[in-house]
Design a protein around this ligand. Structure first.
Ligand SMILES: [Zn+2]
Ligand SMILES: [Zn+2]
Ligand SMILES: [Zn+2]
Length: 281
């Protein structure tokens, strides 16, 4: 069955179950493991933006992560068994995938015999604050598929065929208005991304971007063209000192450094020339 470790398969084949006595006081509660014959490769779909380590790069897209797993739990008295305790062939490790919240907690290098020796430790790890297990960033490992399309935005390959260079980690910084410019027309970005910069960048950490240099530069040029195409529009302050963005209609104070930076509305990227309030007659 995929690459599930042989000792785990052998145990399930002989009807192995974790002792209810050991699990009864744990967070996972009573579970029944599958038999070897019941094992199958299935796909868990999760929404983007659900896990808390880093901002999800695909948060605003209408799509899902597709995580292939071999579920090991047949029944659970307290939870939906999907993902509860599983094997992830792609990562070659046992794991707990929370389909509702998108968390993927992996147990790298943890053997079946280690789990049998201390099942509670691993089976309840997704509810505990212990550091058993590693939460992985789903976009680094699993396909993120746009709904009703064949487009997958991840995972990134090791090599960009388009530019014939490696896709690797860099401390590159995108255009400061990247989010706003992409969000102005997500379909345009998706289209351009597919054609000219499929691997322009996904975060590995807060500061490290995984990208192809060619894709990154092509996207930067696309962002610059958008920047150049945005005209400066006037907006006049009201009594309270607020302006209304002529592009998105949002109201904000130009003194608010989260909303207005370098003459731009951070939410939509509109360039705004702020006019003082006209003197009352
Ligand atoms: Zn959760
Ligand atoms: Zn490239
Ligand atoms: Zn705006």
């Amino acid at each position: 069955m995929e690459n599930v470790p042989q000792d785990c398969l052998d145990a399930l084949r002989s009807g192995f179950q974790f002792s209810f006595w050991r699990l009864r006081r744990s967070s996972i509660g009573k579970i029944t493991l599958k038999t070897a014959g019941q094992l199958a490769l299935t796909t868990i779909t999760t929404f983007p933006g659900c896990q808390s380590i880093l901002d999800d790069p695909f948060q605003l897209f209408d799509g899902m992560y597709h995580i292939d797993v071999v579920d090991l739990v047949a029944e659970s008295s307290d939870y939906d068994p999907e993902g509860l305790f599983c094997w992830i062939p792609k990562l070659e490790c046992f794991a707990a995938v929370d389909p509702e919240h998108g968390d993927v907690l992996t147990f790298p290098s943890v053997t079946w015999s280690a789990i049998v020796r201390a099942p509670v430790r691993y089976l309840e790890a997704q509810w505990s604050v212990s550091d058993d297990g590693v939460r992985v960033l789903p976009w680094l490992h699993f396909p993120f598929r746009i709904n009703n399309s064949d487009l997958a935005l991840s995972p990134y390959p090791a090599h960009c065929v388009l530019h014939d260079v490696p896709v690797a980690e860099h401390d590159r910084k995108r255009h400061s208005m990247f989010d706003a410019y992409r969000d102005r027309d997500v379909d345009a970005w998706l289209h351009e991304s597919r054609v000219s910069f499929p691997w322009s960048g996904i975060p590995a950490t807060e500061t490290i971007l995984i990208s192809c240099k060619g894709c990154f530069d092509a996207e930067a040029a696309w962002l610059q063209r958008i920047d150049d195409s945005i005209p400066v529009l006037d907006a006049r302050k009201n009594k309270g000192g607020f302006i209304q963005c002529p592009n998105c209609g949002n109201r904000f104070s130009p003194a608010d450094l989260f909303s207005f930076v370098d003459g731009m509305h951070t939410r939509c990227g509109q360039k705004i020339n702020v006019l003082e309030r006209e003197a009352e007659q």
